[in-house]
Design a protein around this ligand. Structure first.
Ligand SMILES: [Ca+2]
Ligand SMILES: [Ca+2]
Length: 443
């Protein structure tokens, strides 16, 4: 075709633009399709086989993780050993299950296993959190309450404290400030399953979490004392009495020592965590949801000054909270990465010197230390510490270097999958395409 040169160039440009626009569009469609396919494929690949509880011997401690990089949205099925280990102990229960959990959401397999246990004659006692309006944070907790009877909460205690404060003309009471924040199960007075994992689809499959499953009558006994005063005596928060434990370092066998602490009565941050940080020689690696406790911050800065290698992964939402103290750590040359996943960094842990690990429900905050019902394990076992270190460093590597200096917005293109995961990652009431920070992705 004999066209003028300028027209040829114009046609070429139009074709070029059309082609690339289409190709960009089809790449986007493909990416979205891959994203859905990946979930489907992963989903199909998951063996729903239960964790083999019979492989756990007396004195054993196993750690289970939820990997925030496995799925592009929360899964309601039981998709990893963190969930199936709990499912395993429930299915294996012969006489009794006692659990204290923050709430329940989207874990039908766990719920069915509890119902089946009840049907075969296992006694079930449960505790959940309620605020002074008698609400639980997860709306599906009502499903648990309607299907398993005899579940109690801290509602009456919270109301009592609230009324007391009102009478003292002290209206400064946050309705959500006293929480029953445990996530533990005691089965047949010998197994304890505990840690940072809530019984929700987010915590079980999407948020970084760690749980410990241990087989020890001594440890189970300590948890049971704590459970019983909440369940049978209706004592929660600051009305609980201190469990007198003579020997805090319980040798449970297999080269493992464990100490157990309950909040608020044991004050584990001041009495245990800070001294542990102060004793560190080589490294402190910390994956943490909330870190606002001033005493912990000071002890971390001191550790850094004496040459301890410190790495901290903090949750993006909590980093964007005005009370977060991570910038102060950064100013003191401590390496803090803010995670950029869709899920949260929900662990509340520390790995110290290939020697100690902390597995807990307790965030490093004042309310976790002073008000909430929480439990904390300090485990001494070299192998477990090394394994946890490997898991921590894998997560550390997954976060780009730039998030050593700034904080990704939890629901935005900064945080992988967060604009497509069906989760209100930054808790502002807006999901995915509705979310202001995700608008650029959808326009
Ligand atoms: Ca989202
Ligand atoms: Ca949102």
């Amino acid at each position: 075709m004999n066209l003028p040169k300028f027209l040829k160039i114009q046609i070429f440009c139009i074709v070029y633009i059309l082609f690339f626009n289409f190709s960009a569009y089809s790449n986007e469609v493909k990416a979205l399709k891959d994203f859905q396919d990946t979930d489907d494929k992963t989903y199909k690949a998951i063996q729903s086989s239960d964790y083999d509880i019979s492989a756990i011997n007396n004195g054993d401690v196993k750690l289970f993780y939820t990997d925030p990089l496995s799925f592009s949205r929360p899964q309601r099925n039981c998709v990893n050993d963190n969930c199936s280990s709990l499912l395993g102990v429930i299915k294996n229960a012969k006489k009794e299950i006692k659990f204290a959990i923050y709430g329940y959401s989207g874990q039908e397999k766990i719920l069915s296993a509890l119902k089946e246990a009840k049907q075969r004659g296992v006694k079930i006692y449960g505790i959940i959190d309620k605020d002074i309006r008698n609400y639980n944070i997860y709306k599906e907790t009502d499903i648990l309450l309607s299907q398993i009877d005899g579940i109690k909460s801290d509602y009456y205690e919270d109301l009592r404290v609230y009324n007391e404060l009102q009478n003292n003309s002290n209206a400064n009471f946050d309705i959500r400030s006293a929480i029953m924040h445990n996530k533990f199960f005691i089965v047949d007075k010998i197994y304890v399953w505990t840690g940072s994992t809530n019984i929700t689809e987010n915590c079980m499959s999407y948020n970084a979490n760690v749980s410990a499953l241990l087989k020890s009558k001594k440890i189970a006994q300590l948890y049971e004392k704590e459970f019983n005063q909440m369940y049978f005596k209706n004592k929660f928060h600051n009305s609980k009495s201190k469990n007198k434990i003579k020997n805090r370092n319980i040798n449970i066998g297999n080269n493992t020592k464990i100490s157990v602490f309950f909040s608020p009565q044991d004050k584990p941050i001041s009495n245990e965590l800070i001294p542990l940080i102060n004793s560190a020689n080589t490294y402190i690696y910390t994956p943490i949801f909330y870190l606002t406790h001033r005493g912990v911050i000071d002890s971390l800065i001191k550790a850094k000054k004496r040459g301890v290698d410190i790495k901290i992964i903090i949750d993006a939402n909590s980093a964007n909270n005005e009370y977060s103290k991570h910038e102060l750590l950064r100013k003191n040359q401590i390496a803090v990465k803010t995670e950029n996943w869709g899920g949260k960094m929900h662990m509340k842990s520390a790995i110290i010197d290939d020697k100690y690990i902390v597995v807990a429900s307790m965030n490093w905050t004042n309310s976790a230390e002073k008000t909430n019902d929480e439990n904390t394990l300090i485990i001494q076992n070299e192998q477990l510490a090394q394994n946890f270190k490997t898991e921590f460093l894998r997560l550390w590597q997954s976060i780009p270097e730039k998030w050593l200096l700034g904080d990704p917005q939890a629901e935005s293109p900064d945080s992988i999958n967060s604009c497509f995961d069906g989760v209100d990652n930054n808790h502002n009431g807006y999901y995915d395409s509705e979310e202001f920070y995700c608008k650029a992705v959808f326009n």
